[in-house]
Ligand binder design. Sequence first.
Ligand SMILES: [Zn+2]
Length: 66
Amino acid sequence: MTGMLIDEEARTIVCPRCEEAQPMRDFATLGMSPRYAWLLSPIYRCKQCNHLFAPRVQQHPVSALA
Ligand SMILES: [Zn+2]
């Protein structure tokens, strides 16, 4: 455990309240406008405890912007 909420290799997200690691697809992402999605941080709801949280976007090197 390195303190990361999102494990992109295992495709899991750790809820910061109940600290349960769950598959990404089991988290409900609240709807956001696709038009502005790239400007927004997704908000997740934990199915175990209903906690709402928005993980900070982890920095990825941007190779190409269309
Ligand atoms: Zn939770």
